[in-house]
Design a protein around this ligand. Structure first.
Ligand code: 13P
Length: 250
């Protein structure tokens, strides 16, 4: 039985007032069907750490630098995040790959630094529309996975969560269909099984890209989907709560 997750990625949104309202709305819920984490912008980590303290909601960050310290102006290290109570960190989000030039190697190095310090990397993978339309989706997601796997090995990979986020479905309202999502998740799980059968059965693979309360049930019903990575809908407490309460099939 794999852990199922609903992870909210706030991206570059929020304010002290809005964050408090959103988190308090979540804390008012008695329980959720999935484990829940919030990827919060750096300046608000301390605020949200205090709000979620002892609640079972997990504090997560959206990025990290793989170096441990030094002259890297504007960057944040794993130990800094750990000190703030962060347990999980997104790495390789497509917005970072596309807008900030992150490579497969830098994503793998970030994941490695996190695993080494006992934090959970949420490794994002996904193809662009062009790549999908050129029939390259499988090759792209498997090569993104291979880069992380080469750096971490099976034991390190076992400490990660994977998130398949087709770039064309992020923030566009254009959701991948359940069969499209299941197909990619099955490719990923098969590739993992070639590394290690037990790893393949244990690792959680989330889907992200325009997940809303109306489509969460169908997407989470796919056998290889272990929850979701949620952008826009994570900023609306009613929507996010509804998604958190949508059970995964397995
Ligand atoms: P949307 O849910 O807004 O499409 O964003 C998905 C995402 O990028 C989560 O990381």
């Amino acid at each position: 039985m794999r852990k199922s997750w609903v992870i909210g990625n706030w991206k570059m949104n929020g304010s002290l007032v809005e964050n408090e309202r959103l988190v308090r709305d979540l804390l008012n819920q008695a329980s959720f069907s999935n484990c829940v984490a919030l990827c919060v912008p750096f300046p608000y980590l301390s605020q949200v750490a205090n709000l979620v303290n002892g609640s079972g909601l997990i504090l997560a960050a959206q990025n990290v630098n793989s170096h441990s310290s030094g002259a890297y102006t504007g960057e944040v290290s794993v130990s800094m995040l750990k000190e703030m109570g962060v347990e999980m960190v997104l790495v390789g989000h497509s917005e970072r790959r596309q807008m900030f030039g992150e490579s497969d190697l830098s994503v793998a190095e970030k994941a490695g630094a996190l695993v080494e310090s006992g934090l959970t990397p949420i490794v994002c993978l996904g193809e662009t529309l062009d790549e999908r339309e050129s029939g390259l989706a499988k090759q792209v997601v498997l090569s993104q996975l291979a880069a992380v796997s080469a750096h971490l090995g099976a034991a390190g990979l076992a400490k990660c969560i994977l998130a398949y986020e087709p770039v064309w479905a992020i923030g566009t309202g254009r959701v991948a269909t359940a069969p499209q999502v299941q197909e990619v998740h099955a490719w990923l799980r098969r590739a993992l099984a070639e590394i290690d059968e037990v790893l393949a059965q244990k690792i959680s693979i989330l889907y992200g890209g325009s997940v809303k309360p109306v489509n969460a049930m169908e997407l989470f019903g796919c056998v290889d989907v272990d929850g979701g990575l949620i952008g826009g809908a994570a900023l609306n407490s009613a929507d996010f709560v509804a998604i958190c309460q949508t059970p995964c099939k397995q």
